[in-house]
Design a binder for this molecule. Structure first.
Ligand code: UT7
Length: 345
């Protein structure tokens, strides 16, 4: 198989696909999160690898991240976040029609974490599967939930993003080992109250950029022969440029599709990959940082869990009100991206 090295990490060459939602509108009815107790600070990392708190803080905005203890599964994190989201929505697991789990760090190839959660929570009969769009997985899951509810094939959908990335880090690769953390977040999506819900979407992928962020499959299959665990690798500076660009373009797309101005955004909840990426995009979009949800300092990059972790933090701290326009936006390996504009219920 030919392996391309020509990708330039420029999203402006890619036409973006955006949609105004049609059919029955859906909304987030409840949200829950979970992070393991163990907190690893930058100072802790200084002791095990060649790095410094100063470099990590200045270049990424990260001060600490949560790591699961060895033996803790992604399933455990996901199940705790799921139960919390169900409680916040006032629903029982047996009410669910569908369970979607976005993860890049499943505990094994199969069965899916979604089916394992179904068993843990006792939700037999719901359609359950895992999906993989790296850090964009939660957004792909939300859009799937929205589509099923719009077409009246489901009423109550649980969407989860959960990761134990700490087992995929190599402390000799300082460009990645300092960035990632573990955690889980979940949302229950149901038909929206009048006037609220998801208004528009922008989703896409560009497989030409598959080498930009990888875990174990470049060259394809090689890790299986030599590594006990696949290790995350990425072309950091290239991804940085792609990320700023795709954040800006997604914001433009979803606001245009929803027919609102950028000024009407009350809160932007971006994927927490790097504070400098978020800051650069916010400046170019024209959003002041008090309209941006940022908790990367405490969690690092938790991939598919990062958007629900930041959203829950904003909701819990009273930063989201009924009727607010909330922009959720992610990007990740693949390359993939996904954003939505929603009117908070
Ligand atoms: O969600 C997954 C998608 N991934 C991302 O969004 C990541 C996007 N990229 C980034 O966030 C940034 O590119 C990084 C944080 C990964 C790296 O920051 P950077 O400012 O782009 O650094 P760099 O890779 O250009 O490296 C600059 C310098 C280098 O040293 P020299 O060659 O200038 O002497 C690196 O060796 O910083 C050095 N460096 C470090 N120093 C201390 C790289 N990592 C570290 C480290 N500690 N952890």
């Amino acid at each position: 198989m030919a392996i391309t090295t020509a990708y330039k990490a420029r999203s402006d060459a890619v036409p973006l696909r955006s949609f105004k939602t049609k059919g029955r509108r859906s909304a987030i009815a409840g949200i829950g999160v979970y992070a393991p107790d163990k907190i690893v600070t930058n100072f802790d990392l200084e002791k095990v690898m060649e790095t410094s708190d100063k470099w990590i803080t200045e270049r990424t905005g990260i001060r600490a991240r949560h790591f699961a203890e060895p033996g803790t599964t992604t399933l455990e994190l996901a199940t705790r976040a799921a139960q919390s989201a169900l409680d916040s929505a006032g629903l029982k697991a047996s009410d669910l029609d569908m369970i979607l789990v976005g993860t890049s760090s499943p505990d094994g190839p199969f069965p899916s974490i979604a089916c394992r959660i179904q068993d843990e929570l006792d939700a037999p009969g719901a359609v359950a599967w895992d999906l993989l769009a790296a850090c964009t997985s939660f957004m792909y899951g939300l859009s799937t939930a929205d589509s099923y509810i719009a077409s009246e094939r489901a009423d109550k959908v649980l969407v989860i993003g959960a990761e134990v990335l700490s087992r995929m880090l190599d402390y000799s690769n300082r460009g990645t080992a300092v960035i990632f953390g573990d955690g889980a977040g979940a949302a229950v999506v149901t038909p929206a109250p009048e006037g609220a819900g998801f208004l528009s979407w922008c989703l896409g992928s560009d497989g030409r950029g598959y080498e930009q962020v990888t875990c174990g499959n470049v060259p394809l299959g090689a890790y299986a022969a030599k590594e006990p665990n696949p290790i995350i690798d990425m072309k950091g500076p290239d991804v940085f440029k792609f990320a700023v660009d795709i954040f800006i373009r997604q914001a433009q797309e979803v606001t245009a599709a929803a027919g609102i101005s950028m000024d009407a955004i009350d809160l932007w909840v971006p994927h927490q990959a790097n504070f400098r990426i978020i800051d650069a995009a916010a400046r170019r979009i024209g959003l002041p940082l008090d309209k941006v949800a940022i908790n990367i300092d405490q969690f690092g990059n938790t991939s598919s869990a990062s958007i629900p972790l930041a959203l829950e933090d904003a909701v819990r701290n009273g930063r989201v009100h009924s009727g607010d326009h909330v922009l959720l936006a992610g990007f990740g390996s693949g390359l993939t991206w996904g954003a939505t504009l929603l009117k908070w219920a």
